[in-house]
Design a protein around this ligand. Sequence first.
Ligand code: GLN
Length: 250
Amino acid sequence: MSRQSLKIGWLYPDLMSIYGDRGNVIVLQQRSEWREIETKVLPLTLGSTAEELAACDLIFMGGAQDRQQRIVADDIQNKAGTLKKMIDDGVPGLYICGAYQFLGKYYKEADGTIINGLDILDLYTESPGESEKRLIGNTLAISDLLQAPLVGFENHGGRTYLGPRVNPLAQIKKGFGNNGLDGTEGAIYRQSIGTYFHGPILPKNPQLADFLLQKALEHKYQSEVRLEPLDDSLSDQARFIIAKRLGVEL
Ligand code: GLN
């Protein structure tokens, strides 16, 4: 039998990738390789086509400063229809911070400038401006999806509010999450995950990487997939230590 393979589309690697977001792609590749699943990473930056995006089995897009989000804004609108179709169809993806904000209706910057979103997920984001502090720090949230703690690092001015057609990814135990008010963190819709957790999130929480890989293989091959378990004892221990350091009882 020929080896299974996945094409990972990495949106705007040159513009949207901060606080170690690149590590997420490395984890997706490495965990695939350990299981003899071939991966190809396709960088999709300004000028890449919707057809190139449509050929991908898994999408990743990292965070950025507002300035880079403004640069990306027009180009990503050219891909909005394709990305919406893929997300609705169940193509899995991970969208961090600024990328997560793009999936919603809009992101309002601190000075009131509106960056239009792709309106794929039922959410919007507003930055309250200089009067209020940025939401920065180490985080821990309990994921509804995985029934497990997720740890990360957040740094965002935007506050995201979820509508009724999208579920939170997790419930915050330490940190701010979506908006610092309602205790929610991130969003999940179909197999797509939006989150404020940098860190990067996947090396710290590899079970989330496996969720994405499993869903990508199932979507591509249209059959149930059981991934070979890997030894995650080191990252399990690291999460446990971080929880302790953050004063969260697991
Ligand atoms: N520019 C956005 C904000 O500050 C996103 C930041 C990020 O991606 N880390 O809210």
